[in-house]
Design a protein around this ligand. Sequence first.
Ligand SMILES: CCCCC/C=C/C(=O)SCCNC(=O)CCNC(=O)[C@H](O)C(C)(C)COP(=O)(O)OP(=O)(O)OC[C@H]1O[C@@H](n2cnc3c(N)ncnc32)[C@H](O)[C@@H]1OP(=O)(O)O
Ligand SMILES: NC(=O)C1=CN([C@@H]2O[C@H](COP(=O)(O)OP(=O)(O)OC[C@H]3O[C@@H](n4cnc5c(N)ncnc54)[C@H](OP(=O)(O)O)[C@@H]3O)[C@@H](O)[C@H]2O)C=CC1
Length: 290
Amino acid sequence: MTDDTTAAKLGLTDAELAVHPTVFASGALKDRVVVVSGGAGGIGRAIAWLCARLGAHVAVVGRNQTKLDSLVAEMADRDLKASAYVTDIREPDAVNALFDTVWAAHGRVDGLINSAGGQFPQAAIDFSVKGWNAVINTNLNGTWYMMQAAAQRWRDHKHPGNIVNIVVVTTHGLHGIAHTIAARSGVIGLSRAVAVEWAPLNIRVNCVAPGVIETEGWNVYSPAARAAYPRSNPMMRNGTTFDVAEACVYFAAPSGKFVTGEMLTVDGGGQLWGETWTTGKPAYFGGDDT
Ligand SMILES: CCCCC/C=C/C(=O)SCCNC(=O)CCNC(=O)[C@H](O)C(C)(C)COP(=O)(O)OP(=O)(O)OC[C@H]1O[C@@H](n2cnc3c(N)ncnc32)[C@H](O)[C@@H]1OP(=O)(O)O
Ligand SMILES: NC(=O)C1=CN([C@@H]2O[C@H](COP(=O)(O)OP(=O)(O)OC[C@H]3O[C@@H](n4cnc5c(N)ncnc54)[C@H](OP(=O)(O)O)[C@@H]3O)[C@@H](O)[C@H]2O)C=CC1
C-alpha cells in the first residue's frame, strides 16, 4: 500500500521474487557460479533471485554498493548465496579485475548474464555527442568488455561457459531511443558472431530481448509515455521481471545446452503488433506527442 508521500515501487519486490513460482526444478543451477551485471536493478535482480533459488552462487555487479549489499543481505536472509561486486562495466581494467576476483573466490565461473544497461528517451536528431557516447559505451562497449573477460578466462581454464545478453527489440516499433537500438544491434550481431567463434571453446552466447517490463529504470520515461506501454503489444499489458529471468535461465541452464547464437524475445508479441513511443507519439503518426 502506498500513500501520497511514498512512491510505489516499480516492478517486483524482493519478497515477491523470493517466492514467485517457477517452471525450473530446484537444483537446476546447483553449484554453478553466475555473474549478473545490473544485478541489483529490476530485471537483473529477478535473474539473481532465480539463479540463486536454483542453487547458484550469484555474483551481482553494479556501481552502487548500497544497492548491491542490500540485495545480498535479502538473499542471505533466505539462505541463498550471493556476493556483491562494485564495477563500472565501461572500465575494461575493472572488468578484468572483477572476473579475476570472482574466479579466485570460487574457483570457477559458469555463466554471465549482462543486464547492466540503459538509455534516455530523446529524438535522435537532438542527441549530443556525450549522450550518444554514454549509451554506446554502456550498452555496447561495456557488454563487450564483460563478454571478452569471461571468455578469456573460460579459454584459459578450459572451462565451459555461457553468456546471455539482455538487449532491446531492435526490429520493430520501439521509438525515441535510437542510440540504444544502435548499441543493442551491435550486441546482437556480436553475439551471433562469437557464438560461432567460441563454440570450439564450449562457450554459448544468446540474447534475450524484453518488451515493456516495469522496473525502476522506467523513471527516465514520462508518466504519459509509461501509461501507454501496456497498449504496445497484443496482450495489452506489461511483462514482469520474472518473465525475463526465466527466459535467461532457459539459456543458462542445461535446458539451453544445444542453443547458441539465438534471440528470445519476451515482449507479449509486441514485435508483431504494437508500438512503443518513449518520447510520446507524434501527431504525424496519429498521436498527441504525450
Ligand atoms: C519500456 C519501453 C521500452 C523501452 C525499452 C527499454 C527500456 C529500458 O531499458 S528501462 C531501464 C533501463 N535503465 C535505464 O535506462 C536507466 C536510466 N538511464 C541512464 O542511467 C542513462 O541513460 C545512461 C545509461 C546513459 C547512464 O549513463 P551515464 O554516463 O551515467 O549518463 P549521465 O546521466 O551522466 O549522462 C551522460 C550524458 O547523456 C546525456 N543525457 C543523459 N540523460 C539525458 C536525458 N534525459 N536527455 C537528454 N540527454 C541526456 C547528456 O548529454 C549527459 O551529459 P550531461 O549533459 O553532461 O549530463
Ligand atoms: N525494463 C524494460 O522495460 C526493458 C529493459 N531492457 C534492458 O534490460 C536491462 C535491465 O533493465 P532494467 O532492469 O529495467 O533497468 P534498471 O535501470 O533497473 O537496471 C539496470 C542496472 O544496470 C546497472 N548499470 C547501469 N550502468 C552500469 C555500468 N556502467 N556499470 C555497471 N552497472 C551498470 C545499474 O546499477 P547501478 O546503478 O548500481 O550501476 C542498474 O541497476 C537494460 O539493459 C535495459 O535497457 C530492455 C527492454 C525493456
